[in-house]
Design a protein around this ligand. Structure first.
Ligand SMILES: N[C@@H](CCC[C@H](N)C(=O)O)C(=O)O
Length: 289
């Protein structure tokens, strides 16, 4: 089977996008396909696979598969790229429309110039903060409670955890210096820690000021990536919860691949603005011989 694909990225968080308006993928094959296209040696090379589909509830639907083939419930950089792609392909004609992800429906707005979209704004909705919603399981803790600046021992490290769900789980740790943050060492251990029954995306964040954060991520199912949109949103929410940042102010998050601009509104909604870029189009041979 020859599968047409497009490679896009948001701040270097890159996925192979397949247009489900045109191409039908067998459900049972998608995880294996995601692993294959992500492989830089035997496939194309990416952080995973994103499948764009028609939606019965919104204007377009996004499904995201990590590098290891696991399906994520949400993807901030993917949502911006899907918004750009759906608009440029003419699947949506208004500049404001809705995208369905596994975690729910979000409002997207594109800002086209001569028909091409470089910047996208997404209303990422209200974060989930209760322990059971992350989900995070720890003996003797109320599942209805929040996890804010809570002591978290892992390997030999004593960290403080703030946990946020943006439809997918995030463990946010504030550090003195992003350059010496233990992303490579602790990211893979925390991702699979038993306290997170669904696994977790792991973020280290340095507060430069209330309006500026430095950020590095270890993504569940994909490892280190240049950027994570939902992770950057979780970092901003965590910054507000810890009193570093203020509701209503736009915060610049410096990720390895560039900057996102994120604010939390008075009614707790998280608004993310940033770029989406198309880099390549091609045909993938599947299964390869
Ligand atoms: N890169 C993404 C998040 C992708 C899914 C994540 N790894 C998960 O399993 O929850 C983003 O930009 O948000």
């Amino acid at each position: 089977m020859k599968i047409p694909f497009t490679k896009m990225h948001g701040l270097g968080n890159n996925y192979i996008y397949i247009d489900g308006f045109q191409v039908h993928l067998e459900e049972s094959e998608i995880p294996q396909l995601a692993r294959k296209v992500s492989d830089v040696n035997f496939g194309i090379g990416s952080d995973g696979l994103i499948y764009m589909l028609p939606s019965e509830k919104a204007d377009v639907r996004m499904r995201i598969f990590n590098k290891d083939g696991s399906e994520g419930k949400n993807c901030g950089n993917g949502l911006r790229c899907i918004a750009k792609w759906a608009y440029e392909l003419g699947y949506v004609t208004d500049t404001s429309f809705q995208i369905e992800a596994k975690s729910g429906i979000v409002d997207a707005e594109v800002f086209p110039e001569n028909g091409l979209v470089e910047q996208v704004s997404i209303d990422m909705g209200v974060p989930l903060l209760k322990r059971r919603e992350i989900p995070m399981v720890v003996d003797n803790y109320d599942p209805e409670s929040r996890v804010v600046n809570e002591p978290f021992l892992v390997a030999d490290a004593e960290l403080n955890l703030t946990a946020v769900s943006m439809g997918n789980p995030h463990a946010v740790f504030f550090v003195e210096s992003i350059d010496s943050s233990p992303v490579e060492e602790l990211g893979p251990i925390i991702e699979k820690d038993d306290r997170f029954p669904d696994g977790v995306n792991v973020e280290f964040v340095e507060v430069v000021s209330g309006k500026e954060l430095h950020f590095r991520v270890w993504e569940r199912g994909s490892g280190i990536t240049q950027a994570c949109g939902t992770g950057a949103c979780a970092a901003v929410v965590a910054s507000v919860l810890n009193g570093y940042s203020t509701v209503g102010e736009e915060i610049t998050v410096h990720l390895e691949g560039g900057d996102l601009f994120i604010s939390m509104t008075e009614n707790q909604r998280v608004i993310m603005r940033g770029p989406a870029e198309k880099v390549a189009e091609g045909i993938f041979n599947w299964p390869s011989i």
